[in-house]
Design a binder for this molecule. Structure first.
Ligand SMILES: [Zn+2]
Length: 585
């Protein structure tokens, strides 16, 4: 029998979805409240799973119905297919998934006139070229709180459309191009999404990651759906527009390589000219500053370091895929930065080193995330982990081994902290994963360590060859972890699947207690696991003698081993090269 509070959650769930699959902020609050009142641990877990599906995007998508059904069955203690009819009824209100693939977004925004109406909005137009001719009904994401659709045309004629549940449904069978006239509403909340306006600084920018592209233009936000883009923005005299790369002769900014929709962006306002750094590979890195909030020295270091990073990534992995310009734009943001293709955002107000690291990280996304796309949000590590690894490799090249180790240590620290709170998630999650829910550091920090450990396993040269081939073969395509494992096994001739399986889902940071004993020149090595250590782990140790002698061994946790190293031993140094993500202490 489910508890009274589980029943109450069921009722709240039904109530929030009675009218449709889109929840109001109040609905989410009510549902979260009902989940919080559940005492029983397994019921609470089931309710949390349901909540996670709708909490951030405020939508129950059709492909979330099965996971929701499973969790609700567990919550209510019923067999599969045994849910009450009242629950089944509201599950039918789930919102349809966009059913088109977009080839190109041609977007225009006009901010040159005062916004009209209340709430105010700006005229906009999206000409969407589809990969395939439209079916009977084309479904796109469109946030009803932010977009007002005025007209949809196909082949020169007005066509019927409806707005509902965060979807724009257009009836234009056979159409290859949808021409949508609409108005877009800005938010004055600088930590908001869509078209964001900072009234104080007189600037606007866009932020649509991960699935808020529908708050800016009718679109499909799924990260595998790559599209090219043209962005034209009209502003008042004295204001400037920054978008992907350089403005073209037709006034538009072009992204002529496919990117996920969230990587399409623009910024308007008056910028502080932060200068240009030209690199030998022909890519200009241009900085667009936000007022005087960032010290000049930080700005210069950000610009020149990002330029060096673009040069490093180009020679390491293959040339910068987005033309001859990378804009770096300072914004007010809760994010450290954002990987807008050809025009990355970097959040102001961070410490100098963090600002510079954020800039390099966003630049690296042009190879991983923007360049090689992910198949779905459960594969976020294929973007963030690879990007972090590329970032760390740049700093190793730029500042040396010590910096590389410090970055790896910090990544481990962040991951340890989060796993310590029992917020675990597998490296690769299901396709319904929400990148804004739960433990968001796993893809970044666990991800970067997977590649570091792979580097150790294969050797740096072999890993570099693999990553270069991976980028060259997969750029402008969507990939998942299985693709990578298959590709890596084929190109290196190594069996790597067991390694990925062993490290897929950590419940805690792998950790061992050092119980080794030193007696003269003899060491009895013993590492006792404190938390589970993935299979196949060996931890390198450097044995240091009193007169500078050195011996190096690898110790398997749980196995005792006695070795006479032939010199009086002073101390043991565990994993000085950061080869295994495991705490020794
Ligand atoms: Zn990132």
């Amino acid at each position: 029998m489910p508890s009274v509070s589980a029943r109450a959650f069921q009722i709240a769930f039904e109530r929030t979805l009675t009218k449709g699959g889109r929840l109001s902020a109040g609905d989410v609050k009510a549902l979260a409240g009902a989940a919080a009142r559940i005492k029983d641990a397994s019921e609470a877990r089931a309710a949390a799973e349901v909540l996670a599906l709708v909490k951030h995007d405020r939508l129950l998508d059709r492909d979330e119905v099965e996971p929701a059904r499973k969790a609700l069955c567990r919550l209510l203690g019923v067999s599969p297919r045994g849910l009450p009819p009242s629950v089944e009824r509201v599950l039918k209100n789930a919102v349809p998934v966009p059913n088109v693939r977009v080839q190109q977004y041609d977007l225009s925004f006009d901010f040159s006139e005062r916004a009209r109406g209340e709430p105010e909005s700006f005229p906009a137009r999206a000409v969407i070229t589809l990969e395939d001719a439209a079916g009977p009904r084309s479904i796109l994401e469109a946030d009803p709180e932010r977009l007002v659709i005025d007209e949809v045309r196909a082949a020169g004629k007005s066509v019927p459309f409806t707005m509902g549940d965060g979807r724009l449904t257009v009836t234009a069978p056979g159409a290859r191009r949808l021409d949508i006239r609409y108005r877009v509403r800005p938010t004055d909340d600088t930590s908001g999404y869509g078209l964001v306006r900072d009234r104080h600084a007189g600037r606007m920018w866009t932020l649509t990651w991960p699935y808020n592209t529908g708050a800016l233009f009718p679109s499909t936000s799924r990260p595998h759906d790559g599209a090219t883009a043209r962005v034209t923005v009209k502003v008042t005299r004295g204001e400037h527009v920054v978008s992907a790369g350089k403005q073209q002769a037709d006034g538009a900014f072009h992204l002529d390589r496919q990117v996920p929709a969230y990587a399409i962006s623009f910024y308007t306002g008056r910028f502080v000219d932060g200068g240009t750094s030209q690199r030998s590979n022909g890519v200009d890195v241009r900085l667009h500053g936000l007022g005087s909030k960032v010290p000049e020295a930080t700005r210069r270091e950000l610009r020149t370091t990002v330029a060096k990073a673009v040069e490093f990534f180009s020679s390491w992995l293959g040339e910068y895929p987005f033309g001859d310009r990378l804009n770096v734009v300072e914004i007010e943001s809760e994010y450290g930065g954002m990987e807008h293709a050809g025009a990355v955002a970097v959040g102001v107000g961070q410490a100098r080193a963090d600002t510079v690291e954020a800039g390099v990280h966003e630049a690296a996304h042009h190879w991983f995330g923007d360049g090689v796309r992910i198949a779905h949000w459960g594969e976020l590590w294929m973007s963030e982990g690879f990007t972090n690894y590329a970032t760390f490799r740049f700093f190793r090249h730029h500042q040396g081994e010590g910096k590389f180790h410090a970055l790896l240590d910090a990544a481990k620290e962040t991951l340890r902290e989060q796993l310590g709170k029992h917020h675990t998630q597998p490296l690769r999650g299901p396709s319904t994963s929400d990148p804004q829910a739960g433990l968001t550091w796993v893809p970044y920090m666990h991800g970067v360590w997977m590649l570091r450990m792979l580097e150790v396993k294969l050797g740096t040269a072999k890993l570099d060859g693999l990553l270069r081939a991976w980028f060259q073969h997969k750029r402008h395509q969507a990939v998942d972890t299985d693709d990578f494992i298959r590709f890596a096994e084929a190109s290196t001739g190594e069996r790597l699947r067991p390694f990925f399986a062993a490290w897929d889902h950590l419940q805690a940071m792998p950790s061992v207690r050092d119980k080794s004993k030193i007696e003269g020149s003899t060491v009895t090595f013993k590492l006792a696991p404190r938390t589970p250590v993935p299979a196949g782990v060996g931890i390198p140790v450097t044995v240091r003698g009193r007169r500078g002698e050195i011996a190096q061994l690898t110790i398997v946790p749980g196995e005792e081993r006695t070795v006479d190293v032939g010199f009086p031993v002073r101390k043991l140094e565990w994993d000085p090269e950061r080869t295994v993500m495991c705490d020794v202490g």
